[in-house]
Write a protein that binds this ligand. Structure first.
Ligand code: FAD
Length: 505
């Protein structure tokens, strides 16, 4: 029996016009363009958006490509710079620094991951940092940028890149894109949500001018407040603050220093009770301080941030409060939460926009009909839960893998009990040098290696197949690789030159 009985969804309502709302509207307008489905987005200028979120992951390039967006045009529109990774300063110990790159360390040989070679050499006394064997790390350190090569034998193919963007301008850009493809924007404040008495499905939302907007599928992009998913549907929230205790942030963008070379990476500097971000855009620098209110006051957080600004502040301090965790179901009944309404992880690894993109892609893959078969929502929720939980564990690693004992905050995170899966992963690495691998999940082996080794978690052992390799031979191979990376990076243009190539807005 065919179950698709002409029951297609023909009215989608998106509540919220931040990054999440407009990314969703743009993607749905593209994929639903020939179906006759109406898409309405409601946003309130009076409420505004969260106004942060500037560092991205390489996946955003594929999102844009799927929408047919031209890269240079996009970069000009959002004042973007290129991003090869994130520098973490003061995490393992004060004074430490390493880069988590978008790319590999060395190349596997004989099916043995490169880091095992490095660990053997390190345990025999070679103190060359693992970053010297990563092209994107060395390129970042020298403020260089080029596009990855297509030839997979080339060292220049061993990395990827992302962008630093003005998220407000990105939302504006996607708004134009969406409106050109038929999305209706409605300005107003949602003041009521109507539900079917029997099923609890949302049937319409009411705006402050009295209009009722009906739909069959509702996307909650209303930000932290979770207007539909929580305030109306009472879905519930799983709180992760005991593992990720930071609960506040203060952001102050400042002018870019024209005399300073433009760097192709985000900086995350650990502080007394959290960390500070620095995100270089073309026209300004995004700065913020994520902190834990149990250990630091708002005044102290703002003062520390201001002391470390490298240019004139462009705006007043923007204070934000959050509870790290996830919505128990990101898709509940006929409502899908995307963005901050679905959950929150601090932006330590720039995963916010990525989780939005992933939710949109999964929603498109499992786009339901009006009956909203729970088979769709169950699978969507399973995938999204797994993704956010694995990212959560990776973030916890940054705090727990530390030797810092200089403040109460660091003593807490260094000694806290860990989620079972993370505990198991860390023990395996410490004893064998192996990273637990999954088919799915955002952060793969090189990312875990960057953080473990960058934060002084050196395993006690390496792959035993390397016992046969003499240490002199190994060190000679490593030196050769290091020199070829230096040569490859020397031939790359500077990041500032690469930005000039994009042209003026
Ligand atoms: P919002 O921007 O809050 O938008 C909510 C929308 O809903 C607004 O348009 C608002 O007007 C509307 N709305 C709310 N209530 C109503 C109502 N009653 N009626 C009508 N409209 C309503 N992510 C990254 O990828 N990289 C980063 O570097 C990064 N840094 C971050 C730093 C901080 C401190 C924080 C808090 C987040 C960061 N994020 C980052 C996450 C990123 O900011 C968000 O994922 C992204 O901005 C999406 O937000 P949103 O659209 O869900 O919510």
């Amino acid at each position: 029996m065919i179950e698709n009985a002409n029951n297609a969804i023909n009215k989608v309502v998106i509540v919220g016009g931040g990054t999440a709302g407009w990314m969703t509207a743009a993607a749905l307008s593209e994929v639903l363009s020939n179906t006759g489905c109406e898409i309405t987005l409601i946003e309130s200028e009076q409420i505004g958006t969260v106004g942060v979120g500037e560092a991205t992951l390489p996946h955003l390039r594929f999102f844009n490509q799927r929408l047919g967006i031209d890269e240079p045009e996009f970069m000009r529109a959002v004042n973007a710079t290129y991003k090869l990774g994130i520098e973490f300063a003061n995490w393992g110990q004060k004074g430490d620094s390493y880069i988590h790159p978008f790319g590999d360390f060395g190349k596997p040989q004989n099916n043995i991951a490169f880091h095992h070679y490095w660990v053997k050499s390190h345990l025999h006394g070679n103190k060359t940092p693992i970053g010297d064997f990563s092209l994107p790390v060395v390129a970042s350190q020298q403020a260089k940028f080029d596009f990855p090569a297509q030839d997979l034998n080339s060292l220049l193919s061993t990395f990827s890149f992302a962008y630093h963007i003005d998220a407000g301008l990105y939302a504006k850009y996607l708004r134009e894109y969406s409106e050109q493809r038929g999305v209706t924007r409605k300005e107003g404040k949602v003041i009521g949500v109507n539900q079917d008495a029997e099923t609890g499905f949302i049937t319409s939302v009411e705006i402050d001018d009295g209009t009722q907007i009906e739909g069959q599928l509702f996307i909650d992009c209303s930000g932290f407040r979770g207007l539909l998913i929580e305030q109306a549907l009472e879905t519930g929230y799983e709180d992760w603050q005991h593992w990720l205790p930071c609960d506040r942030a203060v952001a102050i963008p400042c002018a870019a220093n024209p005399n300073q070379a433009s760097i192709p990476y985000t900086r995350a500097t650990a502080d007394e009770a959290g960390w500070r971000w620095r995100i270089p855009l073309q026209h300004r620098v995004g700065n913020g301080h994520v902190y834990c209110s149990d250990f630091m006051s708002d005044e102290q957080a703002e003062r520390t941030l201001r002391t470390n600004l490298e240019g004139e502040p462009e705006r007043d301090a923007n204070f934000l409060r959050f509870t790290t965790g996830r919505r128990k179901k990101m898709w509940n009944k006929n409502c899908v939460a995307i963005g901050l309404s679905a959950g929150f992880l601090e932006p330590l690894e720039s995963t916010g926009i990525h989780l939005i993109q992933l939710a949109i892609m999964k929603l498109i893959e499992f786009f339901p009909d009006q009956s909203i078969d729970p088979a769709f929502s169950d699978e969507f929720n399973r995938v999204m839960q797994m993704e956010i939980e694995r990212i959560k564990d990776f973030l916890i690693l940054h705090y727990n893998a530390t030797e810092r004992d200089d403040t109460e905050f660091w003593n807490y995170v260094r000694t806290m009990s860990l989620p079972d899966e993370l505990q198991r992963k860390m023990e395996l690495f410490e004893r064998t040098g192996h990273v637990v691998k999954y088919q799915e999940g955002l952060f793969l082996e090189p990312s875990w290696i960057a953080v473990y080794l960058g934060q002084r978690k050196i395993p006690r052992a390496y792959d035993p197949r390397l016992d046969a390799l003499s240490i002199d031979q190994l060190d000679a191979q490593l030196e050769k690789l290091k020199q070829s990376i230096v040569r490859a990076v020397n031939g790359m243009p500077s990041h500032s030159q690469a930005i000039k190539q994009i042209g003026d807005p």
